[in-house]
Write a protein that binds this ligand. Structure first.
Ligand SMILES: C[S@@+](CC[C@H](N)C(=O)[O-])C[C@H]1O[C@@H](n2cnc3c(N)ncnc32)[C@H](O)[C@@H]1O
Length: 416
């Protein structure tokens, strides 16, 4: 089948926020992500493994948040911002920082997903319930499709608690029109179901010619939202790379088969040892992998080699952020100002005071020196005084200045 997407398979070695910001909207058919879970640990691959040298941290402070881009959250999603701020009270400042970091990225993932696309977020009970609320804000609660429970055995058990043996995969669609290839992911019935009365099952199916919904379907059963799949064991020498938190290929293949078709574009913005890319490649999909860890490149080359038994197909590996080509450049002008003035209801976007239009100035939310461009989404109106204080700095700086100066009640101050 001909590839529907003409995007070249690409591995980006960079912070995924920088990459996502440079990708065009509605580009990707399926996104799977397995980000750090806020486990407060440092992960490193064992010496001697194929992934030796790879590591990533899973500890969060406010320093991990991209302050230049906080404003896209605070201005464009004030309700989500309020919710995230409240987590500092219900949980901790570290969780608030983690959720802010995730929300900034998920907003961009939602933008680059096609309207018919599907999104799978792999998490665990540490932050899963907080992340689901963020997804309800960004994707809309009506687009929540499944909470998939990946259950497994093995490993240690706590003395005074039930053994924690599952992860959660939250599945959302971007709209109510989305791909779900049920027949690709049916699973075989256990032998006791078929053994219970195989002759009746055959007769019923053959005589009516139509599956009546009660007898076993010969192609397998409709999968439930709990998936017993064993994690990789030390004995899985061929598949295991040693990369910490590597997920089994069989898990990813099920997701890719269910929610994409051949030639579709699959993205994993936290791709680790590139399991999603390998799964997509084997199933004839195009792929984009992003990871901040440069070791991913070597592992992917090795894994694709192994997968095909021949030299891997060329793919692009780069640390350069792409540049969006779907944004219309708009110079700051009077019509832009009039539109912004209406949208901001005459308020300065920082201090919140009301001004006449002539006393408000057009400002770049993300300064041009930090990659912000001349396009409408990057403009706001600030009063002269706020604009002077901000200069080329992030909005966060200005907000904190105003917060300490005025301590205005009822306003949202990130990191306060
Ligand atoms: C849990 S691991 C993913 C494992 C992956 N599913 C696999 O099967 O190998 C999370 C990955 O996210 C990467 N990461 C963390 N923050 C990132 C960021 N801001 N941008 C890109 N990658 C990031 C880490 O380097 C790590 O490889």
């Amino acid at each position: 089948m001909l590839a529907k997407s003409n995007f070249k398979n690409t591995l980006y070695i960079n912070d995924n926020l920088d990459i996502l910001l440079g990708l065009n909207s509605e580009l990707v058919d399926l996104i799977y992500l397995d980000p750090p879970f806020n486990s407060k640990r440092m992960y490193s691959a064992p010496v001697g493994s194929r992934a030796a040298g790879a590591s990533f941290k899973d500890m969060w402070t406010w320093k991990d948040v991209d302050e230049y881009r906080l404003d896209s959250l605070a201005v464009k999603c004030p309700e989500l911002t309020k919710y995230i701020s409240s987590v500092a009270v219900s949980h901790s400042k570290s969780m608030m920082a983690y959720l802010t970091y995730m929300a900034q990225r998920i907003i961009e993932m939602h933008r680059v997903l096609k309207n018919t696309g599907t999104f799978y977020l792999h998490c665990n009970p540490t932050a899963g319930h907080y992340l689901k609320i963020i997804l309800d804000f960004i994707f809309d609660k009506n687009n929540f499709r499944n909470e998939i429970v990946w259950c497994y055995r093995g490993g240690g058990v706590p003395r005074n608690d039930f053994a924690k043996k599952h992860d959660i995969i939250l599945r959302y669609s971007k709209s109510n029109k989305y791909t779900f290839n049920l027949d690709e992911v049916r699973i075989p019935y256990s032998s006791d179901v078929l053994d219970s009365n195989p002759s009746r099952y055959d007769k019923s199916y053959r005589s009516s010619g139509v599956y009546d919904g009660y007898r076993p379907n010969p192609s397998g059963k409709h999968p439930e939202d709990w998936w017993p799949v064993q994690p990789l064991m030390p004995s899985d020498k061929k598949e295991r790379t040693g990369y910490p938190t590597q997920k089994p290929l069989v898990l990813l293949k099920r997701i890719i088969k269910a929610s994409s078709n051949e030639g579709d574009l699959v993205m994993d913005p936290f791709c680790g040892c590139a399991t999603t890319c390998v799964g997509a490649e084997r199933l004839g999909r195009k792929w984009i992998g992003i990871d901040i860890e440069s070791k991913t490149n070597d592992i992917l080359i090795q894994r694709l080699n192994l997968a095909k038994g021949i030299l891997f197909d060329a793919f692009i590996s780069t640390d350069k952020a792409p540049v969006r080509t779907d944004l219309k450049e708009v110079r700051p002008s009077e019509p832009v100002k009039t539109k912004l003035y209406k949208e901001q209801r005459g308020l300065c976007n920082a201090c919140g005071n009301q001004f006449e239009a002539r006393n408000l100035e057009i400002d770049h939310i993300v300064p041009k020196s930090k990659g912000g461009g001349d396009y409408y989404e990057n403009y706001q109106l600030l009063c002269g005084s706020c604009n002077r204080i901000k200069g080329d700095r992030p909005m966060e700086y200005l907000r904190l200045k105003i917060a300490t100066r005025e301590k205005q009640k009822g306003k949202i101050f990130f990191g306060d």
